[in-house]
Design a protein around this ligand. Structure first.
Ligand code: ATP
Ligand code: ZN
Length: 650
């Protein structure tokens, strides 16, 4: 009998009879190893534990505990899902696309025909069938087949046929078989269905076949799987919390905003409650900036396209811009994707002297970016956004000082909003792909080094990200996490030597010459109103601090008739002091109205009855607390005013 020689990861070599299976190799080493081996690799390709090996080469076992083993489990769970769906009459004719393991689980793209889509309501039934197949403990075996056999096997699966036809001529085609179910598959699967014990289907979302929006819409069923019940439990818990925190869900529950196809993708509508939060943020940040010597302006969202040709946006940023509007009279207008050129026009409006610098121009500037439809998310990634934008023009030797003071101001603002979980990213140009950026190696080297030095001076930790710079210069980005687990830029400070060149900006120096070139800093402290509000919703889970809360005080008269005018008096007094108070006049049970105020996360709820009316007091209940406290109405007003005083200027 012929022999093969296997070379182990530590370099040891051992010979076996041809046809030996990985499980036998593992057993020859140790029983315990065999028990925890999930799959194996021979010369870089997967071999199942029960598959015969016929060639010599590098061999390794993949054991539970390794990341790759978890991928294998989840990949196997995707097959299990497909098999279970096919066994259910409702999904007997479902067509499958691809079904890989992903970072936090797995998915399978399914197409069950329009009008008969899989929904979360089907999950229990599908999971029950998956469990049944697990009990059957079907061996999972892989083998090679010819192209013709493959085309025959998958003749009723149009997506699989497309995949097969796309495989290059001569490419090995393998299938994985478990019971009646056959998958087109490269391997990397557990030995039998009995290994997949702890799994759960979590969601379903639309997807395009091969991610291509011109192709069929499919339904992507997401699930996850773990080796231990406890890990699965924890993961599901985390997912539930993330869902609860997701700004899109809270936005709907608290009536903050909506987006709809009717209005247009990525174009959110701010409802009164959301608008109140935004207005508070806007007032706060504008006041803060005015106190820090910023000059606030209003500039048009629409500008002559030439402005963006001069700035370089048209050359370097065009794919993120809306198409220009041909006005028919030779003028082309463009919805601005950034406010920088507008603020540059403010700088240029007058001759500038060194005495004017740093010159700080700011605006809540609305801009439009043509984000890909697949990337649009609630308020956090939109197509129309209002940036808390600012551009400061400095003499070159003021650059580092200005950078540091912007960063310090940003940190002060973060404190006021209780933002603590973030990291600093130094975004550089991509050295492999320099044509995306303004072409001046020396400028890039110099400004990237300057940015780094400023951060080091301030003793701040950061990470470096090549390829994340703006086309005109490097930037400091402040990265925060979203409920969905992604990371997004909240604030940004960017160095720019380029735009002052392109717009030929000058100032009169101490020498009296009007030929000195300023440097620009672009900065967004709270970023866009959209993304910042999304972020606030998620960190506060909808329970806004009093100064931001859409409604600050909910007033509940015990009896609308008897206590209505007292309630009105209290409400007016609070409103006159600039507070947001509302009387809940609905004729429902007191308990219901109090609960409802809690559900809406109103910071203070007042109950007003006979004794309150007689004594001029209010009975206060704070959000999230069970106890109530009675106090004179005037004291309550002072309490709420003190609560918000830190954030608003008279
Ligand atoms: P991203 O990498 O997130 O697309 P960017 O690097 O293009 O952002 P900048 O040009 O630095 O963004 O934009 C300034 C600020 O605008 C960012 O700090 C971010 O908070 C915000 N922002 C950018 N794009 C969007 C968007 N599509 N929706 C909402 N806010 C956005
Ligand atoms: Zn700018």
């Amino acid at each position: 009998m012929a022999e093969i020689t296997l070379t182990f990861p530590d370099g040891a070599k051992k010979s076996f009879e041809e046809g030996v299976k990985p499980i036998e190799v593992a057993e020859s080493i140790a029983k315990s190893l065999a028990k925890k081996s999930v799959s194996a690799k021979l010369n870089g390709s997967y071999v199942g534990m029960q598959d015969a090996m016929t060639e010599s080469g590098d061999f390794s076992l993949i054991t539970k505990g390794e990341d790759e083993a978890l991928q294998i489990l989840r990949h196997s769970a995707a097959h299990l899902l497909a098999q279970a769906m096919r066994r259910l009459p409702k999904f007997a004719n479902v067509h499958f696309g691809v079904g890989p393991a992903i970072e936090n689980g797995f998915y399978y793209d399914t197409d069950n025909g329009a009008g008969n889509q899989v929904s979360v309501e089907d999950f229990a039934e599908i999971e029950a069938m998956m469990k049944k197949i697990v009990k059957e403990d079907l061996p999972i075996l892989s083998h090679e087949i010819s192209r013709d056999e493959a085309l025959e096997t998958f003749k009723d699966d149009p997506y699989k046929i497309e995949l097969i036809n796309d495989l290059p001529e001569g490419e090995k085609i393998t299938v994985a078989v478990q019971g009646e179910h056959v998958e087109l598959d490269r391997g990397g699967l557990v030995p039998s269905t009995g290994w997949i014990k702890h799994f759960k289907l979590v969601s379903v979302a639309g997807s395009y076949w091969r991610g291509d929006s011109s192709k069929n819409v499919m339904q992507r069923v997401y699930g996850t799987a773990f080796w231990d019940a406890k890990d699965l439990e924890e993961d599901l818990q985390r997912r539930a919390e993330a869902k609860e925190r997701d700004h899109r869900n809270i936005g709907r529950d608290l009536d903050l905003f909506f987006t709809s196809q009717k209005v247009g993708s990525g174009l959110p509508v701010w409802l009164p409650n959301g608008a109140t939060i935004r207005r508070q943020v806007e007032r706060y940040i504008v006041d803060k900036e005015l106190a820090n010597d910023y000059l606030h302006v209003y500039t048009p969202v629409l500008s002559n396209l030439n402005l963006y040709k001069t700035s370089g946006h048209w050359d370097h940023y065009r794919e993120d811009m809306f198409p220009p509007m041909d006005m028919g009279d030779g003028e082309f207008l463009e919805l601005r994707p950034m406010n920088c050129p507008s603020h540059i026009s403010v700088y240029q409006h007058k001759p500038r002297s060194y005495r004017d610098l740093p010159l700080r121009i700011a605006e809540l500037g609305m801009m439009h970016r043509y984000e890909k439809s697949g990337a649009l998310t609630g308020l956090s990634r939109v197509r129309e956004m209002t940036l808390n934008d600012g551009h400061t023009f400095v003499a070159p030797d003021q650059l580092e000082e200005e950078f540091k003071s912007i960063l310090k101001m940003t940190m002060d603002v973060y404190k006021d909003f209780d933002i603590t979980d973030y990291r600093f990213r130094l975004s550089y140009r991509d050295p492999e792909n320099t044509e995306k950026y303004f072409d001046d190696d020396e400028m890039w080297e110099k400004s990237q080094a300057q940015l780094k030095r400023a951060m080091d001076d301030m003793g701040l930790d950061y990470f470096e990200a090549p390829g994340e710079a703006a086309f005109y210069g490097p930037k400091l980005d402040i990265q925060t996490k979203t409920a969905l687990g992604g990371e997004e830029t909240l604030s940004t400070i960017q160095l720019d030597f380029l735009l002052p060149e392109r717009f030929d900006l000058t100032y009169v120096g101490e020498d009296g010459q009007d030929n000195h070139r300023p440097v620009m800093l672009h900065r967004g402290i709270v970023g866009t109103m959209e993304r910042f509000t999304a972020y606030l919703i998620e960190i506060y889970k909808g329970a806004f601090p009093t100064w931001l809360a859409p409604l600050q005080v909910q007033i509940i008269p015990v009896n609308a008739e008897a206590h209505g005018s007292y309630a009105k008096k209290i409400q007016k007094d609070l409103a006159d002091a600039g507070l947001r108070a509302h009387i809940d006049n609905r004729s429902a049970k007191m308990g219901y109205l109090i609960r409802d105020a809690q559900t809406k996360k109103v910071p203070y709820t007042l109950v007003l009855g006979d004794s309150e009316q007689a004594d001029g007091t209010v009975t206060v209940r704070r959000y999230g607390q069970q106890e109530t406290e009675a106090m004179p109405a005037a004291d309550f007003k002072q309490l709420v005013l003190a609560d918000v005083a830190r954030y608003s200027r008279p």
